[in-house]
Design a protein around this ligand. Structure first.
Ligand code: PMP
Ligand code: GLN
Length: 380
């Protein structure tokens, strides 16, 4: 097998979901909610299938959705955006692929903060780039300016900045954002900003997009996802938002990745975004209480849980929980013998692998959480 494919293993999310199905386990691995999506958007989608278009959408996206996305971020981020800043993609995964293909040339280095979402490194390598890892250390997972600065070389072209952060659930603070922006400006880097979790904020904090910092708007390719905004992860409607010039580059790559995304789902997302933001706070409240329930349940049976301020995820420190197995061995035992799927963290880094951490998805109904916690109680 070509070495590039050896480095493109089956995604840990697919691996754990298949294992959960095979063993009939509660799936707290792959991140998707089992409740909480807005019914009106489902109806808008059904209507768009029956009376709307089922033929190819314009490659860059339905005009109504591009306008809605520009309006949404203009309002939330205080930026002056229009439809030509937006390219609609098939989920944030395709947005990341298009952003990376639009930016990275063979030999370019791209900085990743690890543990890093699993799509980045394989995409960078297939674009001919080199992923340079800067490891964040538990339990704080802080971005240290000196470590970031030390990773920049003459060849550094871009930095992938995922905020809020999957898998740790961290929302980076103002000092960390300034470090990213100042280093990007000083070294003329493009920032691929994976901000898919921007609205899933659990403790009343606000999210600051990296593009809003001085000097960043022109060098940021933001990747977003309707799947996370509306709790509809299977819809795979996402977007790149950037300057018109950089959005056009991403759009050129997007033409040859998927060309266009499902028109009826785009229409339903446009409808949802135009409805306003009334659903956001109830969603945050429900996910915050789900996080609290899982955290309290796990702590009651002896697990050491790390704080989580965003995303659908919390991490458990196995070593601090008195468990000697590493993350992969524990996840295997949990799914095969205890009946619960988790995600080990070591696939989220190539070098400094966090081998004693697992990630659990708390975006679940109470009964799912309780069943998962009961199974995890048996796994220790
Ligand atoms: N980036 C991050 C950090 C994610 O967590 C996810 C999905 N959980 C994605 C990208 C992919 O988003 P989508 O499902 O819209 O492709
Ligand atoms: N992003 C989701 C997660 O972190 C999984 C998406 C996928 O399966 N590719 O769990």
């Amino acid at each position: 097998m070509h070495p590039l494919y050896e480095q493109m293993e089956t995604s840990v999310f697919e691996r754990m979901s298949l294992a959960a199905a095979k063993h009939g386990a509660v799936n707290l691995g792959q991140g998707f909610p089992d409740f909480g999506w807005p019914d009106e958007i489902l109806k808008a989608a059904a209507n768009a299938v029956v009376v709307g278009s089922n033929q190819y959408a314009p490659s860059r996206g339905l005009p109504a959705l591009r306008a809605a996305v520009a309006e949404h971020y203009g309002r939330h981020h205080g930026l002056d955006l229009a439809a030509d800043h937006v390219c609609v993609t098939s989920g944030a995964t395709e947005a990341l692929a298009a952003a990376i293909l639009a930016t990275v040339e063979p030999g370019d280095e791209v900085i990743l903060l690890t543990p890093a979402y699993d799509a980045y490194a394989p995409l960078i390598r297939r674009a001919g780039g080199i992923a340079r890892e800067v490891a964040l250390q538990p339990p704080d997972w802080r971005i240290e300016r000196a470590a970031l600065e030390a990773a920049v070389t003459q060849k550094t072209r871009a930095l992938v900045f995922n905020n809020p952060h999957n898998p740790t659930g961290r929302l980076f603070d103002a000092e960390e954002l300034s470090a990213i922006a100042e280093i990007a400006v000083a070294h003329d880097l493009v920032v691929i900003a994976d901000e898919v979790w921007e609205h899933v904020l659990l403790d009343g904090k606000s999210f600051v997009p990296i593009a809003s910092l001085p000097g960043m708007e022109q060098r940021t390719l933001k990747c977003g996802s309707a799947g996370k905004i509306f709790s509809l992860t299977g819809w795979k409607i996402g977007w790149v938002v950037s300057s018109p010039e950089m959005a056009s580059l991403a759009a050129r790559a997007h033409q040859f990745l998927t060309f266009a995304s499902a028109p009826n789902l785009q229409a339903a997302v446009a409808f949802g975004m135009a409805e306003g933001d009334a659903w956001l706070q109830p969603m945050r409240d429900r996910f915050a209480s789900a996080r609290n329930r899982m955290m309290e349940g796990l702590e009651a049976v002896g697990y050491a849980v790390l704080p989580s301020a965003s995303t659908y995820f919390l991490c458990v420190d196995l070593a601090a929980s008195g468990i000697e197995l590493d993350d992969e061995a524990f996840a295997k035992l949990a799914v095969e013998q205890a009946g619960v799927a988790a995600v080990p963290l070591s696939p989220f880094a190539d070098q400094d692998k966090p081998r004693h951490m697992i990630r659990l998805c708390f975006a679940k109904r109470d009964d799912t959480i309780d069943a998962g916690v009961a199974a995890l109680a048996k796994a220790r």
